[in-house]
Design a protein around this ligand. Structure first.
Ligand SMILES: Cc1cc2nc3c(=O)[nH]c(=O)nc-3n(C[C@H](O)[C@H](O)[C@H](O)COP(=O)(O)OP(=O)(O)OC[C@H]3O[C@@H](n4cnc5c(N)ncnc54)[C@H](O)[C@@H]3O)c2cc1C
Length: 391
C-alpha cells in the first residue's frame, strides 16, 4: 500500500492550496460581514475548474478522480464555506444525477454549463415532512400525455436555490409505491410553475442562499426525466454518496486549518511565564487534534478511492463512515481550537467561531450523523447474515 499521493495529484493539491490562500481567504471576513461573494473570487473558482472537478472532461469538467476532487475540496474548506457551497456542491449533488443517469441530450445540455460554473445546480429532495426519511416525499409527478409530466409539491432547505439555473427534482408517481415510485427530473429554473420561495437563513454560510422551492402544475418535457421511472430514489442516494465523500474531505480541510491556527496561537501566546504550548494540558489537546485529523484524512481518502474503485455497497458504507467520522472530528477540533484561543476564539474578530458554526452543519445535511450510523449498522448486519448463512 502506497500512502504517498501520485505526483500529479500532489501538484494539483499544491496549486489549489496556493489559489485558496491568495484568492479566496482574503475575502473571508468581508463575506461574513456583507453576505456577498465577490465576482472576482467566483471567476477564480471557475478558472481553476472547481465547479467541475469530478465531472468527466468530455462534458467540460476536469475529469479528476474522486480523490483528486476531494483534495481540492480539502483545500477549499480552508476558506469561507460560501465558496464550497457554490462550487463544490455543484460538483456532487448539483450535477451528479445528470452525470450518472441522464440521457446524452441532458448531459450535453447541462454538464458543460454546470462544470464551468456558468449555471449553478441545485438538488431538491428534502420536503417539510420528509428529511431523513426521504422516501416519504410527497411531491407528486403525473404523466401529461406522451411527452410531458406535471409536478406539484414543495421542497425545503434547497442550497443555492436562488442562484440555480437547473434543479434535480425528486417526485413520486404514487406515495403508496414507496421508493419504487420516485422519479428524478432535471428542471430548468425558468420553467413556469417552479417558484423559489422563502429564503431560509442558516446559522452559518453567509453569501449562500437556501430556500423553499414549490412546484405548481409545473409541466416538464419527458426528456427531462433522469433515468427510468422508479429509479429516482436510487439516483438520489448515488448523488449523496458523492456528496458525503466530499463532505468527509471538507471536514479534514477545515480541521487542518483550525489545527494550524491553534498551533500558531499556542506558540505566540504566553501564560504563567511560558508559551501556551509548553503547558502539558494544551500540548495534549494539540496532539489529540492532530491525531484525529490524521485518522479522518485516511478515512476520507479511502472513501474517495472506494468511490472510484469499489462496488456500490462499499462506496455507500465508506462515504457514510467518512462523513460520520469527519463531522464529529471537525466539531471536536473546532471546539478545542476555540478553547485554546480563549475569549478571542469566541469573538467575531477571528474566524474560529465562524468555522465552528460552519462545520456544525455537516452532522445534518446530505443525511444526518444518525442516518450515517444507520447505513453503517445495516451494512454490518448484512455482512453478519452473509457470514452466518448456511453454505
Ligand atoms: C444548510 C443546509 C443545507 C441543506 N441543503 C439541502 C439541499 O440542497 N437539498 C436537499 O434536498 N436538502 C438539503 N438540506 C436538508 C437536509 O438534508 C435535511 O435537513 C436532513 O436530511 C435532515 O432532515 P430533517 O431536517 O427533516 O430532520 P428529520 O428527518 O426531521 O430528523 C430530525 C432528527 O431526528 C433524527 N432521526 C430521524 N430519524 C431517526 C432514526 N430512525 N433514528 C435515529 N435518529 C433519527 C435525525 O438524525 C435528526 O437528528 C439541507 C439542510 C441544511 C441544514
Amino acid at each position: 500500500m502506497d500512502f504517498a499521493l501520485p505526483p500529479e495529484l500532489g501538484r494539483w493539491q499544491h496549486q489549489v492550496r496556493q489559489f485558496v490562500a491568495s484568492e479566496l481567504q482574503p475575502h473571508d471576513a468581508a463575506i461574513e460581514e456583507t453576505g456577498i461573494v465577490p465576482q472576482t473570487a467566483i471567476a477564480g473558482l471557475r478558472r481553476m475548474g472547481l465547479f467541475g472537478t469530478n465531472t468527466p472532461s468530455a462534458y467540460g469538467g476536469l475529469g479528476l478522480s474522486m480523490l483528486g476532487s476531494c483534495l481540492a475540496i480539502e483545500e477549499l474548506a480552508k476558506a469561507h464555506a460560501a465558496f464550497y457551497y457554490l462550487s463544490g456542491v455543484n460538483v456532487h449533488i448539483g450535477s451528479k444525477a445528470i452525470e450518472l443517469a441522464g440521457s446524452e441530450a441532458l448531459k450535453q445540455r447541462w454538464l458543460p454549463e454546470l462544470a464551468s460554473g456558468r449555471t449553478i445546480g441545485a438538488y431538491a429532495l428534502t420536503e417539510p415532512d420528509a428529511g431523513s426519511d426521504a422516501a416519504r416525499l410527497k411531491t407528486i409527478v403525473r404523466r401529461d400525455g406522451p411527452s410531458h409530466y406535471v409536478l406539484n409539491g414543495c421542497k425545503t432547505f434547497i442550497t443555492n436555490a436562488p442562484a440555480a439555473g437547473v434543479f434535480t427534482v425528486f417526485a413520486t408517481l404514487d406515495p403508496a409505491l414507496g421508493t419504487r415510485g420516485i422519479c428524478a427530473f432535471a428542471v430548468a429554473a425558468d420553467t413556469p410553475g417552479l417558484n423559489v420561495g422563502r429564503a431560509i437563513e442558516m446559522a452559518a454560510g453567509r453569501g449562500v442562499g437556501h430556500a423553499e422551492v414549490t412546484f405548481e402544475d409545473c409541466r416538464v418535457p419527458a426528456a427531462c426525466r433522469i433515468g427510468a421511472e422508479g429509479q429516482g430514489f436510487e439516483i438520489a442516494m448515488r448523488c449523496l454518496d458523492a456528496g458525503r465523500t466530499h463532505w468527509g474531505a471538507y471536514c479534514v480541510g477545515a480541521a487542518q486549518q483550525l489545527l494550524e491556527l491553534a498551533v500558531e496561537r499556542a506558540t505566540a501566546r504566553e501564560t504563567f511565564g511560558r508559551r501556551l504550548r509548553e503547558h502539558q494540558g494544551i500540548e495534549w489537546m494539540l496532539a489529540d487534534m492532530a491525531a484525529a485529523v490524521h485518522a479522518a484524512r485516511l478515512v476520507a481518502y479511502e472513501a474517495a478511492w472506494r468511490y472510484d474503485h469499489g462496488g456500490p455497497g462499499e462506496r455507500t458504507r465508506a462515504a457514510a463512515m467518512s462523513k460520520l467520522i469527519g463531522a464529529d472530528m471537525v466539531q471536536r477540533v473546532a471546539d478545542a481550537t476555540l478553547q485554546i484561543f480563549g475569549g478571542a476564539g469566541y469573538s467575531k474578530d477571528l474566524p474560529i467561531e465562524r468555522i465552528w458554526r460552519e462545520t456544525r452543519v455537516v452532522r445534518i445535511l446530505d443525511g444526518t450523523s444518525e442516518m450515517m450510523r444507520r447505513i453503517v449498522a445495516r451494512d454490518l448486519f448484512r455482512t453478519a447474515e452473509r457470514r452466518n448463512a448456511p453454505l
